[in-house]
Write a new protein. Structure first.
Length: 231
């Protein structure tokens, strides 16, 4: 059932043989102000729209933020390492990222995908995700066919290099993040009220994040992320 649902959606979304979908612009961007250059390694579902607004409101110019572009088949908004190092002026920039508990990140990603594309078969997909084979199929299928291959399901450790400064989503965006950023980079981002609007699907009930069986399977699937980032 789950395979036929995916196949139907792929067929419906093809234009001239290319799978296309509509996405909200996010941010894997290079931010430049005077002599300061900061590159945000944007791991999907970790607050990218917030980061972009904060830097823009602090008068940083934004580069590499065209979500319609891809690089080596990957959306330019969510490139993993070392692909983003090939973009102009990125290799010599200060680089940072936000990581998130792998289960809550998956729950957010899968929930929004289901609400956007599979709302009519939501229960069937939730059931499929509770088996190892069903969950692995969901992850691997969407790694290559949706979101312009935007890396929504890629392990987070594959995004970073030895020079990436890492902040944890669980430490909260807002003042905590800005204080961390200013300390790490001797920057002077101002504390302001930022109008951060996330995915509207996040406001809907998320059954995945309460499912202990799916959580256990995700902890096994992303075991390296849990160990690498000490979750």
């Amino acid at each position: 059932m789950i395979i036929s649902v995916y196949a139907q959606l792929c067929h419906d979304s093809k234009i001239n043989g290319i799978i296309t979908i509509s996405i909200v612009a996010n941010s894997m961007s290079l931010f430049v102000k005077d002599d300061n250059k900061f590159f945000h390694v944007h791991i999907p579902r970790t607050g990218g729209r917030y980061i972009k607004e904060v830097l823009k409101q602090n008068q940083y110019k934004v580069y590499h933020d065209d979500w319609e572009q891809s690089f080596y088949g990957i959306s330019i908004m969510h490139l993993h390492y070392p692909l983003y190092e090939m973009l102009d002026d990125v290799s010599n920039s200060n680089q940072f990222t936000i990581v998130r508990d792998p289960f809550t990140r998956f729950a957010s990603s899968a929930h929004c995908m289901i609400k956007e594309w599979y709302s009519d078969v939501e229960e069937e997909i939730h059931t499929a995700l509770q088996s190892k084979s069903g969950l692995e199929h969901f992850i691997e299928y969407h790694a290559i066919t949706k979101r312009y291959n935007a890396n929504w399901m890629r392990p987070q450790k594959e995004f970073i290099s030895e020079k990436t400064f890492v902040y944890k989503y669980e430490n909260k965006l807002g003042k905590n993040f800005i204080d961390w950023f200013n300390t790490q980079f001797s920057a002077n981002l101002e504390h302001k009220e930022y109008s951060y609007y996330g995915d509207p699907n996040e406001l809907l009930e998320n059954k995945i994040k309460e499912n202990k069986k799916i959580e256990s399977l995700i902890k096994d699937y992303y075991k390296e992320d849990y160990e690498f980032f000490d979750y």
